[in-house]
Design a protein. Structure first.
Length: 208
């Protein structure tokens, strides 16, 4: 499926420069989304776009159903591309369960802690180019620990805040993360296999 251009309302047809600016902004956001390299980002649709003198806000949805906010400044530069709504597969994977990912795709799993515990562990595999997202609810002020083990190759990960801003930029999977959260809600930990071989992994989450 190709990325669709936003519908242009008849009121905007009288302003060709505005139409052109919105179209150019949508194209820039589409290119920025594709450049993330995830398979789901190679298709989808433009949900909306709104123009201002400072820049244009474009909302996108990828093939996996996840939604992104993209801001393009008036000079044509993409100033922001953030995940605002990660699609959950609804399976509610429990701690310790296998969470395999097959093919060049993106899967999302809800992290759930067993009663009386503050941690969860997941095993899985990622084929080349594939991504898996773990959605984890936590509160402002709590500490989050992420540790990824038993992997080789070029695996990396990043963490998103509930509002879609970046909590942790992309880092190698061998580097553990520990930090205090400053928002309440669903945080997204996204693992990516950028290598050429299928990789196995174990990821541990702790929230205190």
């Amino acid at each position: 499926m190709k990325l669709l251009k936003p519908a242009l309302f008849s009121a905007a047809l009288a302003m060709p420069s505005l139409v052109y600016a919105m179209s150019e902004a949508s194209d820039a956001c589409i290119d920025a989304l594709r450049a993330t390299g995830t398979p789901d980002a190679q298709g989808g649709e433009v949900l909306s776009s709104s123009y201002s003198e400072a820049g244009t806000l474009v909302m996108l949805r990828d093939l996996g159903g996840s939604e992104y906010k993209c801001i393009v400044w008036s000079d044509g530069r993409v100033g922001e591309l953030t995940l605002v709504n990660a699609m959950d597969d609804g399976k509610g994977a429990m701690a310790g369960n296998k969470a395999p990912v097959h093919g060049s795709s993106t899967k999302t799993h809800r992290v759930q802690f067993a009663r009386g515990t503050s941690g969860a562990t997941y095993d899985g595999t990622l084929t080349p180019g594939s991504t898996v997202r773990y959605v984890l609810g936590a509160a402002n002020g709590q500490f989050l620990d992420v540790n990824i083990r038993h992997h080789n190759g070029r695996m990396s990960y990043q963490i998103w805040n509930p509002d879609g801003t970046s909590l942790l930029d992309m880092i190698p999977a061998k580097t553990p993360y520990r930090g205090q959260l400053w928002q309440s809600g669903d945080h997204v930990v996204e693992l990516i296999n950028r290598g050429k071989q299928t990789e196995s992994f174990t990821v541990e989450f702790h929230v205190k």
